[in-house]
Design a protein around this ligand. Structure first.
Ligand SMILES: [Zn+2]
Length: 80
């Protein structure tokens, strides 16, 4: 795993500041959502882009509760 040597302190509520250079590089802006993923190497934080929970597509999505489904998967589900 590649490391950059940037060290940050986690506050009492578990918050950590993402370096501004990273936010700028990843185009993460205030009030946007990020996805927090537990991996075997630690925690991965990435800009959240909605995707279909069944097939992973990122287009033609409908929000279903807190998840998303694509048009194709919705059509398949209707036929079940
Ligand atoms: Zn789908």
């Amino acid at each position: 795993m590649k490391t950059t040597g940037m060290i940050r302190t986690i506050d009492k509520l578990g918050r950590v500041v993402i370096p501004s250079e990273y936010r700028k590089f990843l185009n993460i802006n205030p009030d946007e959502e990020v996805e927090v993923i537990l991996t075997s190497d630690g925690v991965l934080l990435r800009k959240f882009e909605p995707y279909c929970v069944l097939c992973g597509k990122k287009t033609a999505l409908s929000e279903i509760g807190t998840s998303h489904l694509c048009r194709d998967c919705i059509e398949v589900a209707k036929r079940l």
